[in-house]
Write a new protein. Sequence first.
Length: 227
Amino acid sequence: MSNKDKKEVLVDVQEVYSKAERYIEENRKSLAIIVGALVLVIGGYFAWKQFYLKPLEDEAQTTMFMAQKYFEQDSIQKAIDGDGNYKGFKYIIEEYGITKSANLAHYYLGICYLNQGKFQEAIDNLKEFETEDEILGPIATGAIGDANMELNKKEEAVTFYLKAAKQNDNKFTSPLYLMKAAMAYEEQNDYKNAVKIYEQIKSNYPDSNEGREVERYLNRAKMLAGI
């Protein structure tokens, strides 16, 4: 770079710097307000989280304890509605909707409704449940598949079974929901797709419970598919 070019660059930098200085000087009050507002918002968020959300979460967990106990004991209606002394999952969702406990209550409530044969209510609640848990996530998704099967929505059931199988690839939930997807295909007389799924189980999960039993399902589906 020539000396002339260097001088021009230096002049440009100085000019930009001067303009920036002038802008800050002219807008000092506005910038101070903006910075103050940001500090207030950030501080307010942490205060809300620490002094409101955390105590609310603790209260929700304590309140939900007996509902979980009733769920484990298969006292489904008490788990849903409570027993007069202790609250159920519906109350947790209504009163503590922004908490992690309320999110988990959607899962429990969905499974309760599934067990009661209230399949659309089960779907509605399970779809509200959000988790990154490697086992609970696929189980919730697979349960939506189960509810759709009960509603005779077999194509939708297959969609959720396959989603559950892929959600977290493992030797427990993946072959389980692949098997359910294959059987749902058979329910639709779609034996070719059933064969593909059975072969996937055989190849990828031979040591799973489904993998050890899949050969007879595969042979039957091949025969029905004319393969």
